[in-house]
Design a protein around this ligand. Structure first.
Ligand code: C2E
Ligand code: CA
Ligand code: CA
Length: 577
């Protein structure tokens, strides 16, 4: 006897034939269900999805033709093998049944052998098709599984895959007290500002980077997995290692392979790569947290404009945390008058007179105390807060200096630092004009200090703005001169009234010949262009003397005075006039 769990539906209105077939099939080990007319047969087929149907042709309520038509229209029953039972007289009608989709037919009366043979052929055939479907479904499942875990552009595993994979590996690392370093790679394009917006370049770049990293992986067995995360970030997971410093070597190799330029549309493009490294288990236990820490590390070193790698440490988190706090405190600080302006005198050593002051902002934070502008100005620039803050600075400088003037002091200029993003604002000039008018300040005594970063913008617009400012009598000086690459170029193009030599060149100028030759050429250049020079950061008598000997007479620095609160500036002026 066959052990057979296939279920066969028998639809036959003649009870004797129906029971007969049922008996034969059950003896053979099949499960059977029966229906006594077409309509009942249809219901049972829909309800039980049998593996096969044996069906009479002529029946009350719904005949065999109508039944098979209905079954073939419903996807759930369309594939069930269907065998007709016909009386001899109906044989000529069989063609119609076959055309409607029957698989076979048996003529009544039939022999047991004949019946069983037909059934087994049909079931075997069904088995083959079912298997083929199953295979297809399995294949589709595998594809979906793959797609859900890989990036379609680079073919690299994605974050989902990375997490699954990491969770499998970390146990091993943990048991053997090993580290699992995760390297977050951030790529950026250098210099080709216009190309940046071409989407095909991004794609090209990413696939190139992915290729190079894959090559590296095949050479360096310590690299376990390369994953693609988002726009410009990839992750490299190393195999469990004893010494986390191995990650530094891997990082250097990555920087090395990615430092080779890429050629796109006949143009050579340099990639800037930065890597943040966080290690399991010391820095975090979960991938998401390791990624966050690596990202914080990247964020922390964002402004350092070189290709580099850095390890995460707790201190970075503190700094970034503080940054976030400061950023969120800005608005409140402005409302609570926590910002102050200090003023640092600029002295003409020929006359001994104060010829100007530079306004320098301070933040008296209620929790952290005095915060340096070197710390919070970059944050304000990034967050956009520099716009309202910058406006407050100019307003405050003009009105405080106006007060001084009314006390008989301050017939000298006030220099105010302007950030590039502030200068870029469309209504920048209008705002300055409004402030000057509202405070009734003499624009001839207002000087704006610009750094080279201002000129990264569209030069025509910069030129227009500078000319317009000059038309209003406002002076401009170029700050931090010598620290950028192209300051010299801009000197000729725009007429500045002052050039401020950066403190870096002034410190120990009396001792260092390398600085002397640079400063001498700056002084010569300024002379030939009729620009006045201010030496910044003069701290010692020796520095001062060297500068005097080389015709640099306007001095700003601790040697004469630190930046002073307005009351102290008042005192300083009383003592020095
Ligand atoms: P900066 O414009 O180059 O300002 C000169 C900096 O050098 C000031 O630092 C000043 O206190 C410091 N300094 C002056 N003389 C000496 C000296 O003899 N020795 C030493 N060691 N330092 C000296 P501060 O006030 O901390 O400002 C740092 C930077 O923050 C400024 O550099 C400027 O870039 C920015 N900043 C300050 N105030 C403002 C502002 O109101 N607006 C904007 N946008 N930026 C500002
Ligand atoms: Ca300055
Ligand atoms: Ca400066």
């Amino acid at each position: 006897m066959n052990i057979n769990t296939n279920t066969i539906l028998i639809i036959e209105d003649e009870p004797q034939i129906r029971e007969n077939i049922q008996l034969i099939l059950e003896l053979e080990g099949f499960n059977t269900i029966t229906a006594k007319d077409g309509l009942e047969g249809l219901e049972m087929a829909e309800q039980y999805h049998p593996d096969m149907i044996i069906c009479d042709l002529m029946m009350p309520r719904l005949d065999g033709y109508e039944l098979i038509k209905a079954l073939r229209q419903d996807p759930a029953t369309a594939e069930i093998p269907f065998v007709f039972l016909t009386a001899k007289s109906e044989r000529r009608d069989m063609r119609q049944g076959m055309e409607l989709g029957a698989d076979d037919y048996l003529t009544k009366p039939f022999e047991v052998k004949e019946l069983l043979q037909t059934i087994s052929i049909r079931l075997a055939k069904r088995q083959v098709t079912t298997q083929r479907y199953r295979n297809q479904i399995e294949q589709m499942k595998a594809e979906i599984h793959y797609l859900a875990r890989h990036d379609s552009l680079t073919g690299l595993p994605n974050q989902f895959f990375l997490e699954e994979y990491f969770n499998q590996t970390r146990l091993q690392a943990y048991n053997q007290s090993q580290f699992l370093p995760l390297l977050l790679i951030d790529i950026d394009i250098l210099y080709h500002t216009k190309l940046l917006f071409e989407p095909s370049l991004r794609q090209f770049l990413l696939t190139t980077v992915a290729e190079r990293l894959n090559q590296l992986k095949s050479l360096n067995p310590i690299i376990d997995l390369i994953a693609y995360l988002k726009t410009d970030q990839l992750v490299l997971l190393l195999k469990p290692i004893q010494n986390a410093q191995v990650a530094a070597e891997a990082a250097e190799q990555i920087l090395d392979v990615l430092s080779q330029p890429v050629t796109f549309n006949h143009q050579e493009i340099s990639i800037q790569t930065k890597i943040g490294i966080a290690c399991y288990p010391n820095d975090a236990l979960q991938v998401s947290e390791l990624l966050a820490h690596a990202e914080v590390t990247l964020e922390h070193y964002k402004l350092d404009n070189t290709t580099s790698y850095h390890f995460y440490d707790q201190e970075i988190l503190n700094v970034v945390f503080r940054k976030v706090i400061l950023e969120s405190d800005f608005l409140q600080a402005l409302e609570r008058d926590e910002f102050l302006l200090y003023y640092q005198p600029q002295i003409n050593t020929k006359t001994g007179k104060v010829v100007g002051v530079e306004a320098l902002i301070r933040w008296e934070h209620q929790e952290y105390g005095m915060i340096s502008p070197a710390e919070f100005i970059p944050i304000a620039e990034e967050s956009g807060f520099i716009i309202p803050l910058g406006e407050w600075i100019i307003k405050t400088a003009c009105s405080q200096l106006k007060d001084l003037q009314s006390q008989g002091f301050g017939n000298f200029k006030v220099a105010v630092n302007i950030s590039a993003s502030q200068f870029r604002e469309e209504n920048f000039i209008q705002r300055i004009n409004d402030i000057v008018a509202n405070t009734n300040f003499n624009p001839d005594l207002l000087e704006l200090e610009l750094t080279e970063t201002v000129f990264i913008q569209d030069l025509d617009i910069v030129k227009d703005k500078i000319n317009e400012l000059r038309d209003h009598g406002i002076k401009l000086s170029i700050d931090d001169f010598g620290t950028g690459y192209s300051s010299f170029k801009y000197l000729q193009e725009f007429s500045f009234s002052h050039l401020k030599i950066d403190r870096y060149f002034i410190t120990n100028i009396d001792k260092l010949e390398s600085k002397q030759s640079i400063v001498k050429s700056i002084i010569q250049l300024a002379d030939s262009l009729n620009i006045n020079i201010i030496a910044e950061g003069v701290e010692t008598k020796e520095e001062l003397n060297w500068l005097k000997q080389h015709n640099c007479f306007v001095i700003q620095g601790y040697f004469f005075s630190r930046p002073l609160a307005i009351e102290n500036l008042n005192i300083f002026l009383m003592a020095n006039t």
